[in-house]
Design a binder for this molecule. Structure first.
Ligand code: SF4
Ligand code: SF4
Ligand code: SF4
Length: 257
């Protein structure tokens, strides 16, 4: 197969720490056959070339500026498939923590006198701007899951990622539940696939992979209360990766935009 016959793939970055791109580079280095199967035309973290002809786009980072919107729309127009890469792109992620504060205050805090020239607005997932065809969850993404998702895309298969809670993986590992130590954990409502890495190391899940499609939030609240765990801890945990969703749900509850 000539290199031009291979599916053309591009990676893009918006607001994020670039940890997901670094994880992808690591994955590809360990899967040379996968690297051989595609033609990467743009990947700022890994190469200088910038090709604008691609079928599959992976987008890392959240949208934080009006100017990001036109770039996202251009990517959407070009790519047949757009995949959100990591929690910032998928959920808004840690960037959306700033959405709880006045944007003017946040800009002044970060940029001081230069704040006035910053064209920035509350952080949002890329799906708030363009339709997406799937996502690779996590902060950062899981190396092997990324590889599996690329394989599914290349084979034209429907993307399948776990839609059961982290608790399932945690129980299979026979971990003792962190609730027993008075710690909050979002494992009961968070999409599995990380191998319950946080609870396996004695800390509660912060929900970086986002919620399952049918999260039982009320059940989790009841369980926390039965264990005497303060609901504030649980709210703090959700805010870490899902501030955008919390703020939007609140607005929806009040019937406004
Ligand atoms: S999801 Fe996490 S690792 Fe990936 S870019 Fe955002 S902050 Fe970085
Ligand atoms: S530690 Fe968290 S993920 Fe593990 S069983 Fe308890 S609630 Fe579920
Ligand atoms: S346990 Fe939770 S916070 Fe930790 S990696 Fe898994 S989904 Fe993310």
């Amino acid at each position: 197969m000539k290199s031009t016959d291979k599916p053309k793939v591009a990676f893009f970055d918006f607001a994020g720490c670039e940890g997901c791109q670094l994880t992808v580079i690591d994955s590809l280095q360990n899967h040379p056959t996968l690297l051989e199967a595609v033609d990467i035309v743009q990947f700022r973290e890994a190469m200088s070339e910038k090709g604008d002809d691609y079928q599959i786009a992976f987008v890392e980072g959240s949208c934080t500026r009006p100017v990001d919107e036109s770039r996202l729309k251009t990517i959407r127009e070009q790519a047949h498939i757009v995949i959100a890469l990591g929690a910032c792109a998928h959920l808004g992620g840690v960037n959306a923590l700033r959405n709880w504060q006045s944007q003017a205050e946040v800009l002044r805090y970060v940029y001081g006198r230069m704040a006035v020239v910053q064209d920035s607005y509350p952080a949002r997932p890329i799906e708030a701007i363009i339709p997406i065809d799937g996502f690779v969850p996590g902060c950062p993404v899981d190396r092997e899951e990324f590889v599996q998702i690329v394989k599914m895309l290349l084979q034209g298969r429907q993307l399948r990622i776990p839609d059961y809670p982290v608790c399932v993986e945690c129980k299979l590992k026979e971990n003792e539940c962190v609730f027993n130590y008075g710690k909050a954990c979002l494992g009961p409502v968070t999409r599995a696939g990380c191998g319950a890495i946080c609870p396996s190391n004695g800390v509660g899940c912060d929900g970086c992979r986002g919620p399952t499609s049918t999260p039982n939030m009320e059940g989790l609240r009841i369980a926390l209360s039965e264990y005497g765990i303060n609901e504030d801890l649980f709210i703090k945990q959700i805010k870490l990766f899902q501030s955008y969703q919390l703020i939007h749900d609140k607005r929806d509850d009040h019937g406004s935009q």
